[in-house]
Design a protein around this ligand. Structure first.
Ligand SMILES: [Zn+2]
Ligand SMILES: [Zn+2]
Length: 149
């Protein structure tokens, strides 16, 4: 193992401890499966984790994803018609662009300033905590290749 990989593992272990979670092989492997900017579904994560820990079941991966999401280390998004996706960029309420043709997901920062995205024109008395905006359209590659929708 290179020293870089060891550093990464240490950082991941520190994040787990910081969130009050016990550090386990499977939690480290799941957290490690994510690279910056990626949005992975449980199957993607399971495929990557299984390369390191071949005996890890899909069910176990689901359990770890849930625990990491509850602890605030992962964010879960559910674009319509797609399985739940997880990512390591949490806490900033960012939005998503989803390609209707290939399903690629991109992060977008707030469109009209941080506060505005939490201020709908009508709150119906709710105290708003988070907002989730999904923009649908065609990614550049799909546009270029002439996909229709
Ligand atoms: Zn696309
Ligand atoms: Zn995202």
């Amino acid at each position: 193992m290179t020293s870089n990989a060891t550093d990464e593992r240490e950082r991941a272990a520190a994040r787990l401890r910081g969130a009050g979670l016990k550090v386990t092989e499977s939690r480290l492997a799941v957290f490690d499966a994510f690279h910056a900017g990626e949005h992975l579904d449980a199957d993607d994560v399971h495929t990557r984790v299984a390369e390191l820990l071949p005996t890890t079941s899909r069910q176990a991966v689901y359990g770890v994803l849930g625990a990491l999401t509850d602890a605030g280390l992962l964010r879960r998004i559910e674009p319509a018609g797609s399985p739940a996706l997880y990512e390591t960029r949490t806490g900033d309420n960012h939005h998503h662009l989803v390609c209707t043709s290939c399903g690629k997901v991109f992060d977008v920062g707030c469109v009209v300033g941080e506060a505005a995205c939490l201020t709908p024109s009508e709150t119906h008395g709710f105290r708003i905590a988070t907002a989730e905006v999904t923009f649908w359209g065609l990614c550049p590659e799909c546009s270029a290749s002439g996909a229709l929708s």
